[in-house]
Design a protein around this ligand. Structure first.
Ligand code: ATP
Ligand code: MG
Length: 419
């Protein structure tokens, strides 16, 4: 072991476990790719102001969790704590919204950074796959995103997740509700910080996890009773489309989510096997965000799913993904001449699309066969001097133990057909 360890709140993805992470990313991305979402990649850091404005000055993410720093050149930057603000910034900067085809549908995958108290499922470096549909107000688009996330989780075999759904209203009805909620909250027995929150972002008080706070919240005004007709109709349509698609959800009028930019549809995916870090993903509509960061009005909707917690959810359900072995053929040469011949065959196999590996280094037959077993390869390709003299190699089926001589000239074709 070296003197250095991974920084607090981070962990390394090492093989073989890392394969499950890749598979989760791929499973989340697949339905998006098949639904018109294009891949976008943005820098790992942005001007700190983008997040301050885009995520919200009063959010935990901006006030407590952001890795903000000043560069030697005096730029004030932050490691990205989430994806939406960056993706919208990039779409606007690249004029994707002017190309004529709205919504602009994008998906991304990457690392995110938050200075949090590390615990199981909560890290300082974590990974998300996200999707954003920019520039269109259409309940079918909100429904599409929720359906695609549901499809992704199901394709992984997950069953014990639930979808929580709410509407946060819009510029018309939310302020009226906000006033009503503030009056209610001001009458409660709350600490200083929470009292300040009432004035800045009262909806987030509803999200307070503390029992003594939650207890006082019974009887708080409910947003649903304040939604304007347009928001109610919109929300009903989202719900109807989900139901028609066979996607089960639960109405959760307390769901406000941690970000300031949400309007109308908000949702969260929770998994019941994860303890207190139960949210595996979340998202919603953010009709005002573009204008908040200096762009035109572009009503949009999106989500981000946490890869780390999705992997934990798989573990909680006892699901092992059916991943193909990384290596199909493992070549074991005996002697110098065989090394050259088998190394050449391994390269040919790879070019022919057969995954293959080779016993590197000076190992005896026993050590090399051990490595062949460890690699998970279905076949070992073994050759020594006598085999070469006969123009063959021994193809050993690692499952049945059966072994058979195959002409060197036919090895690639034979394996291409069998694996
Ligand atoms: P939480 O309420 O657990 O703090 P959040 O609302 O901050 O979650 P989002 O900003 O909506 O989370 O991010 C979407 C998803 O990213 C989460 O549902 C979760 O799966 C994942 N995620 C967020 N923060 C972390 C973290 N610190 N470590 C691991 N995964 C995270
Ligand atoms: Mg959080």
């Amino acid at each position: 072991m070296s003197t250095f360890k991974a920084p607090k709140g981070t962990y390394d993805l090492l093989p073989p476990d890392s394969a499950a992470y890749l598979a989760v990313r791929e499973a989340i991305a697949a339905p998006l790719r098949a639904s018109g979402y294009g891949y976008i990649e943005t820098p790992g850091f942005e001007n700190v102001e983008l997040f301050a404005r885009g995520v919200g000055e009063s959010t935990d993410i901006v006030t407590k969790e952001m890795y903000a720093f000043e560069t030697k050149g005096g730029d004030r930057l932050a490691l990205r704590p989430e994806g939406t603000a960056s993706v919208l910034r990039a779409a606007l900067e690249g004029n994707l919204h002017k190309a004529g085809n709205l919504p602009v549908k994008l998906w991304y995958s990457g690392s995110y950074y938050r200075y949090e108290r590390p615990q199981k499922g909560r890290y300082r470096h974590f990974s998300q796959v996200g999707a954003e549909a920019i520039g269109t107000e259409d309940p079918a688009l909100d429904a599409e995103l929720i359906i695609l996330a549901d499809q992704a989780y199901r394709s992984l075999g997950l069953r014990r997740f639930r979808i929580l759904l709410n509407s946060l209203g819009d510029q018309e009805c939310r302020p009226v509700y906000r006033d009503a909620l503030q009056s209610f909250l001001r009458g409660l027995d709350l600490d200083e910080e929470t009292r300040r929150r009432i004035e800045i972002n009262p909806l987030r008080v509803l999200d307070d996890k503390r029992a003594e706070v939650q207890k006082q919240l019974t009887g708080a005004p409910v947003l649903r009773d304040h939604l304007c007709d347009a928001c109610t109709a919109y929300h009903e349509e989202v719900r109807a489309l989900l139901t028609a698609a066979g996607v089960a959800y639960e109405d959760d009028e307390r769901l406000v989510r941690g970000l300031d930019y949400y309007t109308r549809t908000t949702f969260e995916f929770v998994h019941d096997g994860l303890g207190s870090q139960s949210a595996v993903g979340g998202g919603g509509r953010y009709d005002g965000l573009s204008e908040m960061i200096g762009g035109p009005a572009l009503p949009s909707v999106g989500w981000a799913l946490g890869v780390d917690r999705t992997v934990l959810a798989l573990e909680a359900e006892g699901i092992t993904l059916d991943l193909p072995a990384a290596t199909s053929v493992y070549a074991v040469p005996l002697g110098e001449e065989a090394r050259r011949v088998l190394f050449g065959l391994v390269s040919e196999l790879r070019r022919a699309g057969v995954s293959a590996d080779f016993a590197y280094g000076a190992k005896g037959l026993k050590g090399a066969m051990k490595n062949a077993h460890r690699s998970g390869a279905r076949y070992a390709l073994v050759a020594g001097e006598r085999d070469l003299a006969e123009g063959v190699a021994q193809l050993k089926d690692m499952e049945s133990g059966e072994q058979q001589a195959v002409a060197l000239a036919e090895v690639v074709d034979r394996l291409r057909q069998t694996v």
